[in-house]
Write a protein that binds this ligand. Structure first.
Ligand code: DX5
Ligand code: ZN
Length: 221
């Protein structure tokens, strides 16, 4: 069963709880994009916002850390109520971060950029819950999907299935009704979508349209 993760990056931060409510009926997780202005050239939100959001929703908070120093902030995210943190493999050995996340009872995510080879994340497949594929260069919402990422996704799908692993494959960037079916066919379990959902007049309907496009076999006839 595929999942939709609306990215609050494209929501109106001034009324975040209301924005979450608008999408809640069609959201399986909420994707939280944390950017520090160093790892990526944009600055967004951090653990204090997760802490404020936590009492307003029981949705899974899927925190994507695009920051140089995730190790300094994991404790804050755990205490704020994050269900998982996803760290970039480009920063170096993620194992010490995995251990810290597990100690806090968080699920563990690992993410790689479009140009990072799949080989960089394969050694960790047995140790993670979520493998995230960036299908845009991280930093901004509203960019175009990079289709070359699909080859990596297909290869990972095959490996995960062959080994019988429980890791979920998530894809992030440029997901809309046109790209969702391609990503789902390549093996994605979780589709992150920001601008296509929150810039729509009805975010829940937009999320449902993406879900139905991705997994049409689940649409009641
Ligand atoms: C980009 C973020 C994405 C972003 C996706 O760095 O990681 O999660 O919100 O936005 P869209 O869906 O607009 O490409
Ligand atoms: Zn993201």
């Amino acid at each position: 069963m595929g999942k939709i993760a609306p990215s609050i990056l494209s929501a109106d931060f001034a009324v975040l709880a209301a924005e979450v409510e608008r999408v809640r009926a069609q959201a399986d997780l909420l994707h939280v994009d944390v950017m520090d202005g160093h790892f990526v050239p944009n600055l967004t939100i951090g653990a204090p916002v997760v802490k404020c959001l936590r009492p307003h929703t029981d949705l899974y908070l899927d925190c994507h850390l695009m920051i140089d120093n995730p190790g300094d902030l994991l404790d804050d995210f755990a205490k704020a109520g994050a269900d998982s943190c996803t760290v970039h493999v480009e920063l170096g050995d993620p194992r010490p971060l995995f251990d810290r996340m597990r100690a806090h009872g968080m699920r563990v995510g690992l993410v790689h950029n479009p140009e990072t080879p799949l080989d960089a994340v394969l050694p960790f497949l047995e140790e993670i819950d979520i493998l995230l594929f960036m299908s845009v260069h991280p930093g901004f919402g509203g960019q175009s999907f990079i289709p070359e990422v699909l080859d990596k996704l297909r290869a990972a799908r095959q490996i995960v299935d062959e080994r019988g692993l429980a890791v979920e494959l998530e894809i992030d960037g440029g997901i809309n009704v046109a790209t969702a079916p391609i990503a789902a066919a390549a093996g994605a379990d979780i589709l992150v979508s920001g601008s296509a959902i929150f810039h729509a007049d009805d975010p829940a309907a937009a999320a449902k349209a993406i879900r139905d496009a991705a997994w049409p076999e689940l649409v009641p006839s």
